[in-house]
Design a protein around this ligand. Structure first.
Ligand code: S3P
Length: 785
């Protein structure tokens, strides 16, 4: 059940428990789809002691009384309205003024209290307020104009649905003249019928709706008219396929209603149409000029924005984790075998978009990771006006705009689940002339952002982390308001974080003077490498990395290697299972990322590297890993930043090792996509592993046993006994937790179910398919919630 549905249920329970209704008598004027649906929802939720209605269509009234929806009803307001404390006007916009006149009359006659709450459900709001002013002389204290953004294909009383508003938005206009009680009760009403209440000024509402609803309807009617007026219109309609059908579906709605709305919201619609005309002319000209780059830019941006808007509004990652609907159901298997290619490196994919966009010239990327996190970065640069073609099978063409070519995004930049996007982009945006806002999904909005905001401020940035505790949304003020550039800084990183380092180095590209970052331990150096590859001088002196502002980047080709963090799942899979041999081709083995290999080797894993070469400034190799009997170790702290993302799956390896494994100095794990120490410990304990959480790490009592450690006659390592029980694991919205426990199934006695695996797409799309290809048995159940 969604939070909203729960909220809805709770409201309902509270009302019922109190044995009190919210209203004494609700009078609904107009029993069309919206009016009747709201009446039904009020009835079903027990929100009013009495329910009456006014409608000119007598059969609807009669039927509603007979069905016990209404206590009474009439074609005339004065017959039934007496004693109502809420009036809901659900008639066409143009008819509202006449209804107000009837209501005023009822007030003058003493049938209605003057503070009676009056609301409406019309699609325009300014004209409702104007109508009320015209009739009452001033606005009644009970007037709360409202607009539920809900509808259905069918109209009329019979089409009503009590759940029409569940999970839909309702916009209410809180007028300064309205009493607090009226506003509060309106909110309660809408929330009780399942809607999400938003508030908006009436003129803003009308301008927004003109663009999002009225203009599309007008265009749909217009296109049908355009086709119908052709001489060969029969042929036109006969061959009109999906595009026409989809685009014009809404032209089947009620012409009278739209006629009224177009007049009621005249000025906002006219300005939306004018803007539309300008855009249309631009497209027309690009086609005439055969300007392929600009046209692709518009089409690509629009396609991505179409998808992006929905997610941004829902504040969820591209794959919706709020519903948590997908699970892995994993049957234990023993062996993994084969040669596979792992998807592209996430960190390098992010940076390829950023530097490719800021470079002059064209950058071709291959091996780009089409996971949700890197796609969030891609979308952000499209939002800032960069033309990016693809991704097409990992291939991208980025038309760089140069160091000063980014344009302000018209909307907040939505980073989804991606901490790397948000932190690195803050460095870039702090240096831009324009203001920016960065938002993320629920999980990202809980992660610490002051770690980048504070040093950026020391460089002269104006940046606010506007969330509850140093968290997103981030609001960044443009340099044109501040009037001077950022200043270089000499900064000692409090934690070995490549994200903070990269953020500050990127800001340093536009800063006056030199920016030097000192790191306490080595962290991944992809930013430094890619800056150099793009011709930007970077100085590395021991643990100090420096850039001087004012340089430029030159576009080129980037081949993204396979992601060692994704490869790690399969490395551990092969190491812990019996008779396994797996080759992972052309995986990035940048020495700042190979902590997982070092740690597994210390645990006596059997790992061989071959075909070592360089692609795009990064070393790569084929990694072969065979079954082995792992032993528990004390993990050297200097390896922690070099394996920071691999600990969840290393904990699985440690559980299968003989003896104790101790991790210390890894507090950073607590601020990843989840608290990876707590969440992994919880899951391990569910599967029967003895482990102890410490402030900065975890102690795991491995269940690998000595006597099982001998090679069998065939030469296989005999590590087949189960160390994990079966059970149900929650991923806590964390992709790496989900994949780690999937690997555990290779040593599990019975089935493991992992809930909430949608986030796997942030870093490793196709994980389950690849795992099954090498012998695991993961069933993806997308309908289990
Ligand atoms: C990343 C750096 C690491 C890592 C993250 C990607 C990067 O974060 O956990 O998945 O691309 O720079 P920290 O630098 O904050 O440790």
């Amino acid at each position: 059940m969604s939070n909203q549905q729960k909220h809805h249920q709770n409201n309902k329970k509270t009302l019922l428990n109190n044995q009190l209704s919210l209203f004494r008598q609700v009078c609904v004027i107009g029993l069309g789809l919206i009016g009747a649906s709201l009446a039904q929802a009020i009835k079903d939720n027990g929100l009013s002691a009495r329910l009456v209605a006014v409608d000119r269509h007598a059969p609807s009234i009669a039927e509603a009384i007979q069905q016990q929806l209404l206590d009474t009803g009439s074609a005339r307001l004065s017959d039934v309205v007496g004693g109502s404390d809420l009036i809901i006007i659900a008639v066409p916009v143009q008819a509202v003024q006449a209804v107000f006149a009837d209501i005023k009359q009822a007030m003058d006659d003493g049938q209605l209290a003057t503070d009676c709450i009056i609301t409406d459900v019309c699609s325009t709001k300014v004209n409702i307020i104007d109508a009320a002013n015209a009739v009452f002389g001033s606005l009644p204290v009970g007037l709360v104009p409202a607009h539920p953004i809900a509808g259905a294909e069918n109209s009329g009383y019979h089409a009503r649905r009590a759940n029409l508003f569940v999970n839909h938005s309702v916009i209410i206009c809180e007028l300064p003249t309205t009493s607090d009680v009226a506003i509060a009760k309106q909110r309660l009403l809408w929330e009780a019928v399942g809607a999400t209440v938003m508030t908006m000024a009436a003129d803003h509402h009308d301008a927004i709706l003109a663009h999002t609803s009225h203009l599309p309807h007008l265009l749909a009617f217009n296109l049908v008219e355009q086709l119908a007026s052709h001489d060969d219109n029969l042929d036109m309609f006969r061959y009109a396929a999906g595009g026409f059908r989809d685009f014009t579906r809404i032209a089947a709605s009620d012409p009278k209603m739209w006629h009224d709305i177009f007049f009621a919201n005249q000025s906002a619609i006219v300005s939306a149409l004018d803007e539309y005309g300008v855009y249309l002319q631009t497209m027309r000209q690009l086609i005439i000029d055969k300007d392929s780059t600009a046209l692709m830019g518009i089409l690509g941006r629009a396609q991505a924005a179409r998808r992006h808007f929905g997610h941004m509004l829902a504040s969820t990652p591209y794959t919706d984790t709020s519903t948590m609907s997908a699970s892995y159901i994993i049957t234990p298997s023993n062996t993994v075998y084969g040669t596979i290619a792992i998807p592209g490196d996430k960190s390098i994919s992010h940076r390829s978009i950023m530097l490719g966009s800021l470079a002059t010239g064209i950058t071709h990327v291959t091996g780009f990771l089409e996971g949700e996190d890197a796609l969030a970065t891609l979308q952000a640069f499209r939002d800032m006006g960069v033309t990016i073609e693809g991704p097409d099978n990992g291939k991208l063409t980025i038309h760089g705009v140069g160091m000063n070519g980014l344009k302000p995004s018209k909307t907040p930049l939505y980073m989804g689940n991606s901490g790397t996007s948000m932190r690195l982009l803050s460095g870039i945006l702090a240096a831009q002339p324009f203001d920016s806002v960065l938002t993320g999904d629920t999980s990202l909005s809980k992660r610490p952002m002051e770690r980048v905001a504070a040093p950026l401020r020391a460089m002269g940035a104006v940046i606010q982390s506007t969330g509850h505790s140093g968290t997103a949304p981030l609001s960044i003020t443009g340099r044109d308001k501040i009037g001077k550039p950022l200043q270089g800084i000499d900064y000692e990183l409090p934690v070995a974080s490549a994200q903070i380092k990269s953020c500050l180095l990127l800001a340093g590209l536009w800063s006056e003077g030199t920016t030097t970052i000192a790191q306490p331990e080595v962290s991944r150096d992809h930013t430094e490498r890619m800056l150099s590859a793009f011709g930007y001088p970077v100085t590395v002196d021991g643990n100090r990395i420096s850039v001087t502002g004012g340089g430029t980047l030159t576009g080129g080709d980037i081949a993204v290697p396979a992601d060692i963090s994704s490869a790690a799942f399969f490395m551990v899979a092969a190491a812990i299972s019996q008779g396994s041999e797996l080759t992972l081709t052309q995986v990035g083995i940048n020495p700042t990322r190979t902590g997982v290999i070092d740690i597994l080797r210390l645990m006596q894993a059997d790992i061989t590297l071959s075909n070592e070469t360089h692609v795009g400034g990064e070393p790569v190799a084929d990694i072969m890993i065979r079954s082995s009997n792992l032993v528990g170790i004390e993990i050297p702290e200097h390896l922690v930043p070099l394996a920071i993302d691999e600990f969840p799956v290393l904990f699985i390896a440690a559980s299968c090792a003989q003896g104790r494994t101790v991790l210390t100095g890894a507090k950073e794990l607590r601020v990843k996509e989840s608290d990876r120490i707590a969440v992994m410990a919880e899951g391990l304990q569910t599967l029967g592993i003895d482990c102890t959480v410490t402030d900065d790490g975890l102690i795991i009592e491995g269940k690998g046993s000595e006597d099982k450690g001998v090679a069998s006659e065939s030469g296989d390592i005999n590590n087949s006994h189960p160390v994990f029980g079966g059970g149900q694991i929650t991923s806590h919205h964390d992709h790496r937790i989900a994949m780690s426990f999937a690997v555990a199934s290779l040593r599990a006695s019975t089935q493991i179910t992992i809930e909430g695996v949608e986030t796997v797409n942030t870093s490793f799309p196709g994980f389950a398919e690849l795992a099954n290809q090498i012998g695991m048995s993961i069933q993806v159940d997308s309908a289990s919630a």
